[in-house]
Design a protein around this ligand. Structure first.
Ligand SMILES: *Cc1c(COP(=O)(O)O)cnc(C)c1O
Length: 408
């Protein structure tokens, strides 16, 4: 056996998954009550979930939808974007971010990420803004808040709406005017959350949009249900009245079953975030001691992550694929760093542009020299297992496996 071979003990232990939803009896009971209530689709539970979510993050309005991709599409659609328009965003994100822009017909213009982190670089955003730019779409990557203060300043200076892809960021916080504020009390026009099981707060599938703009919220509620001026729950209460369809819309509704689960999850969110912060601290302590050449995620002084994911950077000379195989051999799941949309077959040249280039990207093939930090992050980083039920022993096992993976 070589130095990198796992020992017998590691092989006999149950595998450690990358993530695991934290859903229990209380959520099951809430879903059961709705299932037996006679009202399953969007109704009173969705309305209550929206009110509670808005209050939790400190937003005037919250609009529930079927997932975060739909949330992004709906907000971008409401801005009236179309062919010839550009939206500045990142390539280094789950592909839904860029796809939402393309669905409107607008061109995604990719800013690079910051050095030493995985979030959008405000300087790169400033360089990417041009005469066709209609919005800035910033991502709180893996739950780590991006620099909203700088991004809001740049967006405001150009008169552009700032939209937050907060898919991963339920429970994350930023320091603003000397106070910690939850992501979702939107710094810009709107923030879009995902409630997919891979995120902290889950309803199976689900999304939530928060905004301070009452008129926008009203329009989003209409657009999510075919553009109708009255939804089914409202019609039930007002007796004999026919709805009107004011504009072409979508069916992007959340069900009451999901909302009931979400309400329980939301009440538990502060505990879940506290647990993640504890785990992230423990990870950092263990890895800092045992594997000092592994790059740890950095949390700026003005940010508090919800630690949706724990993403490390591999030491020079340690291959990502080899490291993942060595971890898997020890029963430890992992994932490559966050993808880059511009390197996928769905994004051939001409379907996107990069900063600070204007118009069509002139980079050849799937590599873009202006997105070097994004590409390096995808190639050199690794997501380690992180979920609320992890034990000290699990953290030890992951640490040992990573040390061994770096040595082999
Ligand atoms: C998960 C995720 C999405 C998509 O969320 P869905 O609810 O699955 O549509 C969008 N953006 C980012 C950054 C994500 O991580």
């Amino acid at each position: 056996m070589g130095a990198g071979a796992p020992d017998e003990r590691a092989l006999s232990l149950p595998p450690i998954p990358l993530a695991r939803p934290d859903v229990g009896e209380a959520e099951a009971e809430a879903a059961r009550r709705v299932l037996l209530s006679g009202w399953l689709a969007q109704g009173p539970q969705v309305a209550a979930f929206e009110a509670e979510f808005a209050a939790h993050v400190g937003a005037a309005q919250a609009v529930a939808v079927c997932n975060a991709t739909a949330a992004l599409e709906l907000v971008l659609h409401a801005l009236g974007l179309g062919p010839g328009d550009e939206v500045v965003t990142v390539s280094h994100s789950f592909i839904a971010t860029a796809n939402a822009v393309r669905r409107t017909g607008a061109l995604p213009v990719f800013a690079d990420i910051e050095s030493g982190g995985f979030n959008i670089d405000p300087a790169s955003v400033a360089a990417a803004i041009g005469p066709r730019t209609r919005a800035v779409l910033a991502v709180h990557q893996m739950g780590m808040p991006c620099d909203l203060t700088a991004l809001a300043r740049i967006s405001e200076a150009h008169g552009l709406p700032l939209i937050e892809d907060a898919a991963c960021a339920a429970g994350s916080e930023v320091l603003s005017d000397g106070r910690w504020r939850r992501i979702g009390r939107p710094r810009g026009l709107a923030a879009c959350f995902s409630l997919h099981p891979r995120k902290l707060l889950t309803t199976g599938e689900g999304g939530m949009i928060t905004t301070a703009d009452e008129a926008l919220a009203k329009r989003l509620r209409r657009l999510r249900t075919h553009g109708a001026d009255l939804d089914a729950a409202a019609r039930r209460h007002v007796g004999v009245v026919e709805e009107r369809y004011l504009e072409p819309g979508f069916n992007m509704r959340m069900t009451d079953v999901q909302a009931a689960i979400g309400r329980v999850q939301l009440a538990r969110l502060p505990q879940m975030v506290a647990r993640r912060r504890e785990l992230a601290r423990d990870y950092a302590g263990r890895l800092g001691a045992a594997a000092p050449d592994v790059g740890l995620p950095r949390e700026p002084a003005w940010a508090r992550s919800n630690w949706q994911s724990f993403c490390v950077t591999l030491p020079e000379g340690v291959g990502q694929g080899a490291a993942r195989i060595a971890l898997a051999a020890r029963g430890v799941a992992s994932r490559r760093g966050i993808m880059c949309a511009h390197r996928e077959p769905a994004y051939p040249p001409g379907t996107w542009a990069c900063a600070p280039g204007r118009g069509r990207c002139d980079c050849a093939g799937p590599r873009c020299t202006r997105l070097g930090r994004s590409e390096r992050a995808q190639d050199r980083s690794l997501l380690l297992p992180l979920y609320n039920q992890m034990t000290e022993a699990d953290l030890d096992r992951v640490t040992e496996a990573l040390v061994a993976a770096c040595r082999s």
